[in-house]
Design a protein around this ligand. Structure first.
Ligand code: URP
Ligand code: ZN
Ligand code: ZN
Length: 469
């Protein structure tokens, strides 16, 4: 007897959506059957609902400290928020401290996560110091299941930035050790000068966060990253792309067959720079900054055409109080915003319900392509026999308006406040078990597992502008 059947839903299969039953045995998908024919110990009726591969969010900062503040979400609570938003696998970050060992940073992060984590996770390793010893650690890091290194091209004050010479050397070694890079791509020199000038002139309003990070600073850094990728052969994924000028660079690189991909984030699709003129502008400070609506329109085109390969949350759950602490000057506001749970209803509503994305493309951006790019693609990201039984059943009818406070994991504000959203998760199924039902967490602390990641599979970009898995 099968353990669980998700019956009668519109199931988004790799080849397209159709009405079907998903049959689950243990932790795995056992088969796909005609609607109403599946038999199992428990049957969840998904009639009138949509069954998607559960989300894979490869850009998440849980239990993080940055710019003097600490996030609210840890690996337990942040994992529950993710599950409530239909996401069952994330990639978070381990940190090499300057002057310290990479492997030490990795094992420290595993310790912080393993006992508490409530969903499957992998780690990007942040590299802050490139030298003979640290480069020699990379092969072991890859053997331990890390497939990607994170580099900040900015944030020297926080001990994170790598100089170009170090970045290039790291990429040369990473290519040899089968590691790719994920990059925070911003031009430090221009931004540091503009910030110093703005501060000296007494400009404190949060809008100056955006004014001191003009699009050229993002676009130039993306171009540099692509050139380094071509020169070293090291794969590159551009994080949180928002400047439209970066898109033709990504498209051209991919069409030339370079190992380059890019994502944008939920907040860049839902919000534009006008949020920085609201009553609480410091709550909308993240890097790169919110930009003008024509950038948003270009991002949607790129999601539709497949030039962009993922929509991630870049989850950073600073509380309203923590954000407000820096509000005296744009230069002291802790960067980042929350979205690990909202990623599903925001992307579904703006994308599918408002006609910008097909259901299939939604599933690819939310789950399939991030799973493939980040090395989970042989077990996550698809509803198919042999894959992990990680699914989310969403309700395309129920509409709810986001309030300032959420019923779970309230951080004191909500960047999506006031948006009327649909596509909320009714059930999230993780490794064959219903772990969230109507917002209630039914799982246990520590149920998540660290996943050793495989090689990246990058979605093809088709000559006609479409994309194929
Ligand atoms: O503003 C942001 N994005 N904060 C989070 C850390 C990062 O740069 O991704
Ligand atoms: Zn970043
Ligand atoms: Zn980030």
């Amino acid at each position: 007897m099968n353990d669980l059947v998700i019956a009668n839903g519109l199931v988004v299969l790799p080849e397209g959506p159709r009405k079907a039953d998903v049959i689950i045995s243990g932790e795995m998908i056992a088969g796909i059957a005609e609607p109403g024919t599946g038999r199992g110990e428990r049957v969840v009726d998904a009639g009138g609902r949509i069954v998607l591969p559960a989300g894979v969010d490869p850009h998440v900062h849980l239990l993080v400290g940055f710019m003097g503040q600490r996030s609210v979400y840890d690996f337990e609570s942040g994992g529950i928020a993710a599950l409530r938003g239909g996401t069952t696998a994330i990639v978070d970050f381990a940190l090499q401290r300057r002057g310290g060992s990479i492997l030490k940073g990795f094992h420290y992060r595993r310790k912080q996560a393993d006992e508490f984590v409530t969903l499957d996770y992998g780690l990007h390793q942040i590299i802050t110091d490139v030298n003979k010893d640290s480069l020699a650690e990379l092969a072991q890091l890859r053997a331990d299941g890390v497939a990607s290194l994170k580099v900040y091209m900015i944030y020297e004050d926080d001990g994170l930035k790598l100089e170009d010479g170090q970045l290039h050397a790291l990429m040369q070694q990473a290519a040899k050790d089968d590691l790719m890079l994920v990059l925070h791509a911003e031009n430090a020199g221009i931004i540091e000068r503009l910030r110093a000038e703005a501060v000296a002139a007494g400009h404190t309003h949060p809008r100056w966060h955006a004014l001191t990070r003009p699009p050229i600073t993002e676009v130039e850094a993306i171009q540099r990253a692509i050139l380094f990728s071509e020169d070293t052969g090291c794969g590159v994924h551009i994080l949180h792309l928002v400047a439209k000028g970066g898109l033709p660079l990504i498209e051209a690189a991919r069409r030339r067959g370079l190992p380059v991909t890019a994502e944008t984030c939920t907040h860049y699709l839902a919000l534009d720079e006008s949020a920085l003129e609201r009553d609480n502008p410091h709550e909308y400070v993240m890097s790169p900054p919110l930009r003008s609506p024509d950038n948003q329109a270009a991002l949607w085109e790129a999601l539709k055409s497949g030039v962009l390969s993922a929509v991630t949350s870049d989850e950073v759950s600073y509380s309203a109080a923590a954000k407000a602490m820096g509000a005296g000057s744009f230069a002291t506001i802790a960067n980042g915003c929350t979205g690990i749970e909202a990623r599903l209803p925001v992307l579904y509503t703006l994308g599918v319900a408002q006609g910008r994305l097909s259901l299939q493309r939604f599933a690819e951006l939310f789950s399939t392509w991030p799973a493939d790019i980040f090395g989970f693609g042989d077990r996550k990201g698809r509803i198919a026999p042999g894959y992990d039984a990680d699914l989310v059943v969403i309700d395309p009818e129920t509409r709810r308006t986001m309030g300032r406070h959420s019923d779970y994991g309230d951080i004191g504000y909500n960047p999506y406040e006031g948006m009327e959203l649909t596509g909320w998760a009714r059930q999230t199924i993780y490794r064959g078990k219903v772990v969230v039902e109507d917002g209630k967490f039914l799982g246990t602390r520590g149920q998540g597992r660290f996943l050793k990641r495989g090689a990246p599979r990058r979605p093809h970009i088709a000559p006609d502008g479409g994309a194929a898995a």
